[in-house]
Design a protein around this ligand. Sequence first.
Ligand code: 8YV
Length: 315
Amino acid sequence: MQRPHILQIGPYPAWDEEPLNQAFIVHRYFDAADKPSFLAEVGPRIRAIATRGELGASRPMIAACPSLEVVSVYGVGFDAVDLAACRERGVRVTNTPDVLTGDVADLGIAMMLALSRGVVGAQRWVHDGSWAAKGLYPLQRRVWGRRAGVLGLGRIGHEVAKRLAGFGMDIAYCGPTRKDFASNWEFIADPVRLAERSDFLFVTLAASPATRHIVNKDVIAALGEEGMLINISRASNIDEDALLDALEKKTLGCAALDVFEGEPKLNPRFLALDNVLLQPHHASGTVETRKAMGKLVRDNLAAHFAGQPLLTPVL
Ligand code: 8YV
């Protein structure tokens, strides 16, 4: 049987590229200089798209592939895939849940600790000789025992909350429904009220049109000048202009962010701030997790082409 033609939207680590190239005839969208001509040429042969969470697959891209059967996403988030276009065409969609949950939660906690305790600035203090020249590093804020809010107690939010419990934090969460497994934690249905009672607010919601800007200017104002916002989900969950305004005016204490509108070209206003910790969308970025994600992308494709049930279907 001839290997199926697939469209690869962004690069993967070498350990994923090799097996992908063995199993499929891979057309590298990201290498094409003239993307519309490239799509027009290879589109008719494409039976699968292999993409990444933040890159997804757009409606024009899907339309350019009339024989498309499946989109396999390297990432848990599938908000960048045009699901309506897939549904209309009966195109299946898979993602990589579970395998990345622990690492994403870990980075959220690391960001909270690093920003609250001034770890990045303290490193600079040692490196640039300030310790010897100026003495002790300015005092920072405690983490353990304080109040944490988790907006979205799904797989990742749950792992964040479990880790926060280890720091003796007073935990509340918000979501569409109260969760049976979370009886030790307070359920607060309104994100503004959750923010009001939080020193640290974690955004761990799966992004969708319904959650767009769920963290709006009222939520940000409620978190307040002592509060910290931590986003390890998607930029679209936060009104970024309202966030930047609040950070500039210091009506919000600080923010630790792994995701940005238009990333990797983030709004330059972020770079002028001294009350942020900025990370390059790498919450799932460990060797262990990325290997597991790559394998799941391929296993889903293999299952599809073998006529077997998809391992982790979205659609
Ligand atoms: C990215 C992600 O896929 O899981 C998600 O939804 O956004 C990430 O894991 C990863 O950065 C690879 O591009």
